[in-house]
Design a protein around this ligand. Structure first.
Ligand SMILES: C[S@@+](CC[C@H](N)C(=O)[O-])C[C@H]1O[C@@H](n2cnc3c(N)ncnc32)[C@H](O)[C@@H]1O
Length: 304
């Protein structure tokens, strides 16, 4: 219970600090994102509900285009209210964790701080190694999403910038558990077992969500961070290829990048579905932080 309350507070805090960031250079991204999500909302099958995963406070979502049977899904406890204040619309909402495992991640990360059976703090490095060893037992579960899809049979599911948020939020949960100590290896040339284990855990969670979506029988609209460039470099996007880093055209020799979907290529995961649309763009989120955003549309195979 304490874990759930802590998570809710953390998610609300993160969203508020995201919305407080200067948005001077976000114009192009916001226009493209709203246009993409707007096209999904204009095309929903009115006989079936629509679901927006990661609906947040509706910054990227033109809710005026959404039919009455559209639901929001976001575990930030203020997201529904935030959507109401922005769009004057009280939307039906699901507040569940789509990974089904953040509460357990929080519990396990806190448990590793103390030596078993004693109220003695483990050294941070030892706690991080212990957590790395325990992460494979924190199993992501899309049970809540599966159950919702079975009950409501949505015609359209929109993933509104949530997939690339699983890793940073898992990071924050772990950092909160270690506070004020640092869980990460700071020397960039050294291996970080916890970071590696968290990447593997995130890939598992993202694949579980994609697998549930691909079996939903719904039209799927995905908007997500494909990658992050941690420097202000001249970058253009080349042809689509896996890994995504090969899509970056730049004169820089060593571009500093990170992968929010560790090793998962959505196009490959959805190769059984029909790709109706794909687009990418660069989103300069802040100084030395440029996101590569992917917008994809998939329809189920027509087996009639
Ligand atoms: C980048 S924000 C998306 C912003 C949103 N599309 C908007 O228009 O304001 C990512 C959202 O995903 C939500 N989120 C992240 N991980 C989640 C999870 N495991 N379950 C449910 N919601 C999650 C966050 O609370 C946040 O609102």
């Amino acid at each position: 219970m304490a874990s759930k309350f802590r998570l809710k507070r953390l998610f609300a805090k993160e969203q508020i600090s995201f919305l407080r960031r200067p948005r001077k250079h976000w114009g192009t991204h916001l226009n493209l994102a709203r246009e993409f999500i707007g096209s999904a909302l204009k095309n929903v099958d009115l006989a079936r509900p629509a679901l927006i995963l990661g609906a947040g406070w509706g910054l990227e979502i033109p809710w005026r285009l959404a039919p009455v049977g559209a639901y929001g899904w976001d575990m930030d406890p203020l997201s529904r209210l935030g959507t109401f204040t922005r769009h004057l619309r009280w939307v039906p909402w699901v507040f569940e964790d789509v990974t089904g495992a953040f509460a357990e991640l929080d519990r396990v990360a806190r448990r590793t701080q103390v030596l078993e059976g004693r109220w003695v703090l483990r050294p941070a490095l030892a706690a991080a190694k212990r957590l790395a060893g325990l992460l494979p037992s924190v199993i992501p579960s899309t049970r809540a999403l599966d159950a919702w899809i079975r009950e409501y049979r949505p015609g359209t599911i929109i993933c509104a910038n949530i997939l690339g948020q699983i890793l940073p939020m898992a990071h924050r949960i772990i950092e909160q558990a270690f506070k004020p100590r640092n869980p990460w290896v700071t020397d960039q040339d050294m291996a970080d077992p916890l970071q590696d284990a968290l990447d593997a855990w995130t890939a598992r969670a993202v694949r579980a969500i994609l697998s549930t979506l691909s079996q939903s029988g719904s039209n799927i609209y995905l908007l997500h961070d494909r990658g992050v460039i941690h420097q202000d470099a001249d970058v253009a996007l080349g042809e689509w290829t896996d890994p995504w880093t090969k899509q970056l055209r730049t004169s820089e020799r060593d571009l500093e990048v990170s992968d929010p979907l560790p090793g998962v290529d959505v196009l490959k995961e959805f190769s059984q579905l029909v790709c109706r649309y794909k687009n990418r763009w660069l989103w300069p989120l802040g100084p030395a932080q440029v996101h590569v955003v992917e917008a994809l549309v998939y329809f189920p195979l027509d087996i009639s």
